[in-house]
Design a binder for this molecule. Structure first.
Ligand code: SF4
Length: 443
């Protein structure tokens, strides 16, 4: 029997059987080990020159969604938030003092959690601290937002600090699916957030959406995509829900018997992609879409798209410094993750210490393999050293035979319709993967 087709994609379940990482880094965070990375963090910060980006993590939300895998807690205790912010201010000073004075910040991203779980004046104070302590001539400011708590005071703060990119957690517009994932969010909240952000001068607004949710069908996903297009989202990230309750305890509240199976997930992903491309969005990587004028679409066309801990990005800064508990800093030769425990994070910051307590040094082999993985995922093609290619060819053969991947000597190109298999092809070049680890489904 010929394989089934869904929209522009052909379904090969055997090629998707092995769960694979999302490759927001290589090596992935699963390879990080615990340890005292403070000395390496000092050394790495002192060696940085040129442009950098900053990421600030706010690990609090007003309501905790059942599906969420982020490091976040309830924003229900004022003193807990205040002491976290105090620690973050201290870390800003410690990190800034560790950098060479020539280092320039070109982007600042606030994520979480929900950055708008803190008070808007606290956000203004954080931005002030960054401007005072770092060299920040003209930064691009972006922020992740929970539309349900985007108050008028928050909108004023967003205008005041000059945010130009925002990402809204939407996931689905369907009330029954929302109830099944523990995120009740009326459509009007999102419409109000969109209108308010546009009035505040936010140029690029992303919607995070999900497929593979309980009770979700293709028709339900269609309605969500129609609303998204009608509301004028500039970017869309369409993620497959990863149900891993053995790793994320809060997901146990989701009824696994109502989750769509892998075939239904594939059909939804294929249909979502076709629908957004039909609505004149440009496909970016394997799960993002952007309007043609948006910076992400332009980066995809220009071959300058990159992948970091925030997903696909047009950020070209070679170094990303994470601030806040669990934040990850990305240097050329190492990934260093801050202390996860909020109490220990606060104690280290109070003592004027850097807080890197997990991470990994990147070997030359990691850099070589990582550049192939990033090229395949971001540009859909890669030139591969002869020895790596020889090792990989037996595992690439099924993708080549089914027309998903083309080989021209040492050059590999992902073919049209290969998006759902891109991570699986990339995983062939992953020198760290072992069969036992449990990652999310490839689609
Ligand atoms: S609002 Fe966002 S970060 Fe917070 S729990 Fe829900 S999905 Fe997670």
């Amino acid at each position: 029997m010929p394989p089934e087709r869904f929209s522009d994609w052909t379904y090969h379940p055997d090629l998707l059987a092995q769960p694979v990482p999302r490759y927001t880094s290589y090596p992935t965070a699963a390879e990080f080990s615990d340890g005292d990375f403070e000395a390496l963090q000092h050394e790495s910060l002192a060696a940085v020159r040129g442009d950098i980006s900053l990421y600030l993590h706010i690990p609090y939300c007003h309501d905790i969604c059942w599906y969420c895998g982020c490091n976040t807690g309830a924003a229900n205790r004022t003193e807990r938030l205040a002491s976290y912010l105090d620690a973050l201010h201290r870390e800003i000073v410690s990190v800034a003092q560790s950098l060479h004075p020539s280092v320039r910040v070109v982007r600042i991203a606030f994520g979480g959690g929900s950055p708008n779980a803190i008070q808007p004046h606290d956000m203004v104070r954080l931005v002030d601290a960054l401007l005072v302590n770092f060299r920040v001539p003209w930064p691009v400011l972006s922020i992740e937002l929970d539309p349900r708590s985007l108050t008028p005071a928050w909108l004023m703060a967003i205008r005041g600090i000059g945010v130009i990119k925002a990402s809204l957690g939407v996931q689905t517009f369907d009330p029954r699916v929302q109830a099944a994932i523990g995120r009740i969010q009326p459509r009007d909240d999102i419409a109000r957030a969109m209108a308010g952000l546009r009035q505040c001068g936010v140029e690029s607004i992303n919607f995070d959406l999900m497929y593979g949710l309980p009770f979700q069908t293709e028709a339900i996903l269609d309605q969500t995509l129609d609303e998204t297009v009608a509301m004028g989202a500039d970017r869309i990230a369409l993620f497959g829900y990863a149900h891993v309750p053995h790793m994320i305890a809060r997901q146990r509240r989701i009824d696994a018997s109502e989750l769509p199976d892998q075939r239904a997930r594939f059909a939804m992903a294929a249909q979502g992609s076709a629908r957004l491309i039909g609505a004149r969005y440009q496909a970016v990587g394997f799960d993002h879409f952007a309007r043609p004028g948006d910076g992400l679409a332009q980066a995809a066309l220009a071959g300058t798209l990159r992948r970091n801990f925030q997903g696909f990005t047009d950020d070209q800064a070679p170094v990303l410094i994470g601030l806040g508990a669990t934040s990850i800093s990305q240097f050329d030769h190492a990934y260093i993750q801050n202390e996860k425990n909020a109490g220990r994070y606060r104690m280290l910051c109070s003592a004027g210490r850097l807080t890197g307590r997990r991470g990994i040094a990147r070997s030359l082999e990691d850099l070589r393999r990582g550049s192939v993985i990033e090229a395949l995922l971001c540009r859909g093609e890669a030139t591969v050293d002869a020895d790596l290619l020889a090792q990989a060819l037996p595992r690439l053969a099924p993708f080549i035979e089914r027309g998903l991947l083309r080989r021209d000597d040492d050059h590999l190109t992902l073919e049209r319709g290969s998006e759902p298999y891109a991570r699986s092809v990339a995983a062939v070049f992953d020198g760290w993967r072992s069969a036992e680890r449990r990652f999310s489904s490839a689609v």
